[in-house]
Write a protein that binds this ligand. Structure first.
Ligand code: ATP
Ligand code: MG
Length: 249
């Protein structure tokens, strides 16, 4: 069974950084000494195994799946269950079974947090999540671009309709700040996060800068300790943990 606080990282829009935020937030929470799981629910477009450089299939014990542990996080992804990067060709009802499968048939152990990387949009997987894990709270990712924020808003409105809590907004790719310069360049505009927070009556938990990936690393999407973005993610993890503690009282 899945214990702990379940946080789905979502957005109506693709390519805004949901997977990047999911992976780095999960790792930042684990760095704080918390027990953390990460579920990649992007069934067709899974990316977490590649981002974490995981190629082994999980082992099973007594018919249950043992999640793969990496960077202190227990990870489960559709990518572990398909052969050789084959495309997944399932239809809606089977997707629902996957949510149940990951929830019930994986030996998660005790968890403080379970971060769920959602596919883009407000489709079947989001409906299934609302149905099978009704207690899940959501973080909505947007870029500062106003169109992105408008599309992200759809995911937020769906969350509200389903009576889920919106924990807050993460504005990703907020600005670019060249090394050793104080000036920030707002490449995608400035207001997307605030606009979305106002509409959904929520607040912006983090504004994450654009940073070049470290291409010499095996895991360029994971921000190494002591990098600028790693500090931003530590701060985000603290805000998330405080918000959850506050809501629990
Ligand atoms: N802050 C950032 N700075 C620079 N590049 C970033 C940043 N955040 C994300 N990216 C890059 O943007 C691309 C999209 O990110 P990601 O895959 O996390 O988005 P996504 O919302 O999960 O996409 P999808 O909708 O396809 O699942 C990736 O190449 C990622 O490395
Ligand atoms: Mg993704």
């Amino acid at each position: 069974m899945l214990s702990g606080e379940v946080i789905a990282v979502t957005s109506g829009k693709g390519g805004v950084g949901k997977s990047t935020v999911s992976v780095n937030l999960a790792i930042a929470l684990a760095r704080k000494g918390l027990d953390v799981a990460l579920i990649d629910l992007d069934i067709y477009g899974f990316s977490v195994p590649k981002m974490m450089n995981l190629s082994n299939r999980p082992k099973t014990f007594n018919g249950r799946i043992i999640p793969i542990e990496s960077h202190g996080v227990k990870v489960m992804s559709m990518g572990f269950l398909v052969k050789d990067n084959d495309p997944v060709v399932w239809r809606g009802p089977m997707l629902g079974k996957m949510v149940e499968h990951f929830k019930n048939d994986v030996t998660w152990g005790k968890l403080d947090y379970c971060i769920i990387d959602m596919p883009p949009g407000t489709g079947d997987v989001a409906l299934d999540l609302h149905h099978h894990i009704p207690q899940s709270k959501e973080i909505i990712v947007t870029t500062p671009h106003q169109t992105a924020s408008l599309v992200a808003e759809r995911a937020g409105k769906m969350t509200i309709k389903a009576n889920h809590d919106i924990l807050g907004i993460v504005e990703n790719m907020s600005y670019f700040q060249p090394k050793d310069q104080s000036e920030k360049y707002y490449i995608f505009g400035k207001d997307g996060g605030d606009l979305l927070a106002d509409t959904l009556n929520s607040d912006v938990l983090a504004r994450l800068p654009i940073e070049e990936p470290n291409e010499s690393s095996q895991t360029p999407s994971i921000y190494a300790e002591n990098t600028n973005l790693c500090h931003h993610y530590d701060h985000l993890a603290t805000r998330v943990d405080e918000k959850i503690a506050h809501k629990a009282h």
